[in-house]
Structures are given as C-alpha cells and as structure tokens.
Ligand binder design. Structure first.
Ligand code: MN
Length: 378
C-alpha cells in the first residue's frame, strides 16, 4: 500500500495581512496530483487542518474541495485533530464521512481509534492533553499523570499491538528524544516551558510502531529514527522557514524505511531580502512574499512604496542597522531641566554614537517649533 503523510495544513492562515488562500489552493492541488501520480491508497493528516478554531468559510471550502477530490480518487483519508482545530467543528459530518472512507478523529475515549487495512493497523490519536484523561481514570490513577509523556504511556499501555502487522500511529504532539527538542519555527505558536520537556513525549515509548506520522512541528524532520517523522507544513508559514524545503512523505508499506520525500513547490515563495535600499532595488524583481531588512545607515522616508514597485508582495520591512537598536532608557542621562532638543540629542547620541550636526539641530528646532505652533492653534 502507498501512503502519503502530510500535516499542519493550517487552512485559512494569513502571514501578517497576506492571505494564503491562493497558495493553499495551489498546494492542495499539488498534493492531489502527487496522490494521483503515485497511486496513493491512504493519506494521513495528523492535525491542524485549520489555522483557527473557527475557520473561515473560505478555509472550509478549501478543505471540502480537497476531500471531494481525494474521494474521487478512492483514497482513504485519515485525519486527527490538532491543537489549532476545534474538535467539535472538525468532527462535523464525521459519522457519515466514515462510510466514504474519510475518518476524522477528534476524540479519545479510552482507546485509540484503529483502522485495519490489509496488513496495516493505523492508530489515530487526536491532540489531547493530560487533563483529558481525568474523566477516564480514578483519582489515584490521575494523580500519576503529570506530564504528556505519562499520558502517552498510559494511552499506549491500553493498546494491544499486533506485531504480525505493520503498525502506524498518527499523533499531534511534541515529541523529543534524548534531550533533543525538535527544530521549531515561528509559525507553531508553541511555548516551550522552562524545562522544555513537560509537554514532550519521549520517542522511545513509540518504538512499537513501524511508522509514526507526526503533526504539530512545522519543520520536516525525523525524531530519533527516520520513521518517527514530522512531515512539516505544506507551505512556509513564517519568515523563519525561508530556508526550509517543504515536502510530503510517500511510504510504501512493504518497505517503510525506504520512504520518499516529495518536494512541494509553492505558487509564490517566501523570502527575506537583506541589504541597503540601493542593493535591494538592484536585486532581480520577484513576485515572492518578501520581508525586507534594510541595513542603511540613514533612515529612509517611506522606502516601502519604492520597494513594492520592484517587489509587489513585500509585506514587511525592518531596519536592521544599529541606529534602530532598542535603546534602553537607562543609557540616557535625563534631568528635569532638559529641553526637548537636548533630550533628543541625548537619545541620538546613544543611538548613533555622535552628536547631532548643526544642520540636524536646526532641523529639529524648526520641527519642534512647528509642533508647538500647532499646539497653540488648538
Ligand atoms: Mn500546526
């Protein structure tokens, strides 16, 4: 059987103000194309179908069309909810979908939802936290569940894994191994606590599975072994991911360890351009979604307008020169009798390591006078 593993679609996501609707539509079509080309039997999506617990109508339509297209290709669809999904909303229609080989699992009731297909057993575990187990246990038992790892151990201890079969687990969790945290990005909204491990599940307890299809972390990577794997998001969802290569995992269940990563090529790429204004204006024009980091020494007035003529999808601009460093107010000596001009001069000195020139002083004085004049008119 050929399986495809992807996750964290985050349908409905925006990057700053930029909608990803067209990109998502494009990349879902690409996944459908990969499914067709490779005769995929089953697609596995362990969580974060939507970006928000109340997805937009547009996002719902994207997902709907995706399911319909997959269904037409007779692909079995295995989905579990992620931390971004609303369980109740994602579960809508799941009973009737089951009859169409679309399995959407959003609830854990004491046993992992299992699907057997040929020689493979799939275990579908939605995103849950330790407190979800409270209603399934005695108080004494619950007192022992302190971490996500305790939770997962308890969950797995209740399953009888048939070792004569291939066993595959779908789960949306933070999995680590040997003290190594997974490589995160800016788009996950995960807060790593002080220990960094309280929410983490130790990959060692997943050893009974031939393949673990993980969702939650947005960078594609293995944890402990090649076959415990985050597929990563199908698109770059933050500027921290510009150097990542996005892909889906294609698995032949007869030789799981020989899985392939099929690259996903986005409609528009995401990129960070760094340089002076002049350098950037000499870079080849592109339709990419761009963050500009200007290294100019002088502050420019509305550079974005010019930059957008060359890079119409520039959506973020930052000055990264030392002049715009965050000045700690303690670095500036302030006394009560200082005029606004000398206050500004102190600030300027800290930022630029020099005094204002006489020309700059005059400009500042005129500006302040003008503002004062306006104040008086009020
Ligand atoms: Mn996610």
């Amino acid at each position: 059987m050929i399986l495809l593993h992807t996750s964290d679609l985050h349908l409905g996501k925006n990057l700053l103000e930029e909608s990803f609707y067209e990109e998502q539509k494009y990349i879902l079509n690409q996944i459908i194309h990969i499914v067709k080309e490779n005769n995929v039997d089953t697609i596995m999506i362990p969580g974060d179908i939507y970006d928000k617990s109340i997805p937009s109508a547009e996002a719902i339509m994207l997902f709907d069309n995706f399911l319909v297209s997959l269904s037409k290709l007779n692909v079995e669809i295995l989905i579990t909810s992620g931390n971004h999904d609303s369980n109740d909303r994602l579960a809508y229609g799941s009973n009737i979908f089951n009859q169409l080989n679309i399995h959407i699992v959003t609830n854990y009731d004491g046993n992992i939802y299992k699907i057997s297909k040929k020689d493979v057993d799939f275990y579908l575990l939605p995103f849950i936290r330790p407190f979800h187990l409270k209603k399934l246990m005695t108080d004494e038992e619950y007192a022992n569940i302190k971490t996500s790892n305790d939770m997962m151990k308890w969950i797995l201890s209740r399953e009888t894994i048939d070792k004569s079969k291939k066993n595959i687990l779908l789960t949306h969790q933070f999995v680590m191994w040997n003290g190594l945290l997974p490589k995160t990005s800016d788009s996950e909204s995960i807060s790593i606590n002080n220990l960094g491990t309280l929410d983490a599940i130790d990959a060692n307890i997943l050893d009974e599975f031939d393949y673990v299809a993980l969702g939650h972390i947005h960078r594609p990577q293995k944890i402990k072994r090649e076959t415990i794997r985050y597929s990563g998001t199908p698109l770059k969802y933050s500027f921290s991911e510009v150097n990542d290569e996005k892909s889906v995992v294609l698995i032949d269940t007869n030789k799981i360890e020989d899985f392939k990563l099929i690259p996903l090529i986005p409609k528009r790429n995401i990129n960070v351009l760094r340089g002076t204004f002049e350098e950037i204006m000499n870079m080849p024009s592109s339709e990419d979604i761009i963050k500009v980091e200007l290294t100019d020494e002088n502050i420019l007035l509305s550079p974005m307008e010019e930059i957008r003529k060359r890079f119409p999808n520039a959506i973020s601009l930052a000055f990264v020169d030392k002049k715009v460093k965050n000045t700690n107010s303690e670095e500036i000596e302030i006394t009560n009798d200082m005029s606004p001009t000398s206050l500004f001069n102190e600030f300027f000195k800290v930022q630029n390591d020099r005094e204002l020139s006489s020309e700059e002083k005059k400009y500042l004085k005129d500006l302040i006078d003008e503002m004062r004049g306006e104040e008086k008119c009020d």
